[in-house]
Write a protein that binds this ligand. Structure first.
Ligand SMILES: [Zn+2]
Length: 113
């Protein structure tokens, strides 16, 4: 399950950041997950609960904000969001597009005590 590796990564980053701030507990983690990362929020929360056990992030709430896939058309320069994996410009029909969003996976911020 790829969520387990993702959860471990998030935990490592969050714990390192919290310790730098001198925190003794992480209460919430706000995560940005691009649609293309294929993260299933429920599974990720579940895996996070497992890896976070016995760490300062134990019991922390994982808030996952999903980002849509966006693209830029190189032909007519319009920006649009990609739906249902249709990588075609809705304005001019060109397939010469560049993805501008949807692949990110990062921690937006964390709440500590
Ligand atoms: Zn276009």
């Amino acid at each position: 399950m790829h969520e387990m590796g993702v959860a471990q990564n998030i935990l490592d980053i969050a714990v390192a950041a919290a310790q730098k701030e001198g925190a003794h507990k992480i209460t919430r983690i706000n995560l940005i997950a691009g649609e293309l990362r294929g993260v299933v929020p429920m599974q990720l929360s579940f895996c996070f609960g497992i890896v976070a056990k016995d760490t300062i992030a134990s019991g922390a709430y994982l808030n996952i904000e999903e980002m849509p896939v966006t693209a830029h058309c190189e032909n007519c320069s319009s920006d649009f969001s990609v739906e249902d994996y249709q990588y075609v410009c809705p304005k001019c029909g060109s397939t010469k597009i560049q993805l501008t969003g949807g692949t990110e996976l990062r921690i937006k911020d964390i709440e500590i005590e």
